[in-house]
Design a protein around this ligand. Structure first.
Ligand code: HEM
Length: 180
């Protein structure tokens, strides 16, 4: 369960891969649903699904940060150069920021637009503010760019892991197995 000095534990690994899967699915759902005509009844259902999974990403984000406090991540191997360490840590920091900001913009555009955010029909998220046209407009303008930035940074992050797997398989900088 716990992370060790050299490996991620089951909780961190589950959160990592579940979030990756949900983020890819959310972008695909987002692109698909916004292309559907507003009158299509499937659109409302898919938007509701998109919102509920987006809320799960936000919840997983909170859990993930809380879990890192309880069980810190393994350190990066000393074999990485200083610039590599800076790049890896910088990308991870950006990922954490975007994994919060993209769904937070989605929540804001819904709530400020006067729409509820239901989680699979089980309960509604509290509305942190009232309807606000200007805020809804701003959040709508930011939501897609933040989502695309998230996918772009995640792709760079994955390319780094794949590069070290191919170049240094089994070596100290081949860190992919620590997350598998
Ligand atoms: C990591 C989480 C999320 C990602 C990656 C994501 C991604 C996207 C994408 C790619 C679109 C299509 C944008 C376009 O092409 O115009 C979209 C639309 C939308 N998303 Fe999200 N989303 C996330 C979370 C959320 C959350 C938490 C909510 C609400 C609670 C939400 C509500 C919406 C709504 C209402 C739209 C339609 C906006 C419109 O009609 O212009 N999203 N999302």
């Amino acid at each position: 369960m716990l992370n060790t000095a050299t490996r991620y534990g089951a909780i961190s690994r589950t959160l990592h891969w579940l979030m990756a899967l949900m983020i890819v699915a959310l972008v695909l759902l987002g692109l698909y649903m916004t292309d559907l005509p507003k009158a299509d009844p499937a659109r409302a259902q898919i938007v509701a699904l998109h919102k509920a999974f987006g809320v799960l990403v936000l919840m997983a984000w909170v859990l993930r940060l809380a879990w890192l406090r309880i069980s810190p991540a393994p350190r990066l191997p000393g074999e990485f150069s200083r610039p590599e360490r800076r790049l890896i840590k910088g990308l991870q920091g950006l990922l954490y920021a975007l994994m919060f900001l993209a769904p937070a913009a989605g929540y804001t555009l819904s709530v400020a637009g006067g729409h509820p955010v239901s989680v699979f029909g089980l309960f509604d998220l509290p509305r942190l503010f009232g309807a606000n046209h200007a805020l809804a407009h701003l959040a709508r303008a930011l939501h897609a760019p933040l989502a695309y930035a998230l996918v772009g940074v995640a792709a760079l992050h994955a390319m780094g892991a794949i590069k070290h797997r191919l170049r240094d398989r089994g070596g100290a900088t081949d860190v992919l197995p620590r997350m598998l």
